[in-house]
Design a protein around this ligand. Structure first.
Ligand code: HEM
Length: 129
């Protein structure tokens, strides 16, 4: 059940609104840098290779928004197993993503569409109180 992948997008409108592949690459580079620098959750990303995580996020979001990519990383449950991620950690990550989207001048409606796509993943990612 929790291993269910995201449903593929029916069109690429959200992918285009995010600036296509170059837009996503710029966004995710900023996002991962923001995660590493964040006082609340930066520690959890200290051993993460930024370029690697950024590429995985680009592929994941590109595919989920109808773009021409294939995400080949782990499913969200497997990827985050044993990390003890809390609701507070998850909300902090969402705030960093919002700040990154603001910095890229991504319109609010587009931001909300991406967040709506990612929000249900909390079930597979949050494993601790
Ligand atoms: C909607 C929210 C999230 C999404 C979409 C997401 C997405 C991803 C993806 C695609 C990967 C790469 C998996 C792979 O390499 O196979 C990953 C790894 C990881 N995630 Fe998340 N994640 C989310 C939330 C979180 C949260 C809240 C934390 C902790 C605060 C977190 C910490 C990590 C860490 C530490 C890794 C391993 C990175 C590495 O390879 O070193 N994630 N995540």
């Amino acid at each position: 059940q929790s291993a269910m992948p995201m449903a593929p997008a029916r069109n690429d409108a959200l992918f285009q609104a995010l600036g296509g592949k170059p837009g996503l690459q710029a966004l995710m580079d900023l996002f991962v840098a923001g995660l590493k620098a964040d006082k609340r959750i930066g520690e959890q990303f200290k051993d993460t290779k930024a370029s690697y995580l950024s590429e995985q996020l680009v592929d994941q979001v590109c595919m989920a928004t109808g773009g021409p990519c294939k995400y080949e990383g782990a499913d969200m449950k497997t990827a985050h197993a044993g990390m003890g991620i809390t609701k507070g950690n998850f909300n902090a990550l969402v705030e960093v993503l919002q700040a990154s989207m603001d910095a890229r001048n991504i319109p609010f409606a587009t931001q909300n569409q991406l967040l709506a796509l990612l929000a249900p993943m909390h079930r597979d990612i949050i494993t601790a109180k």
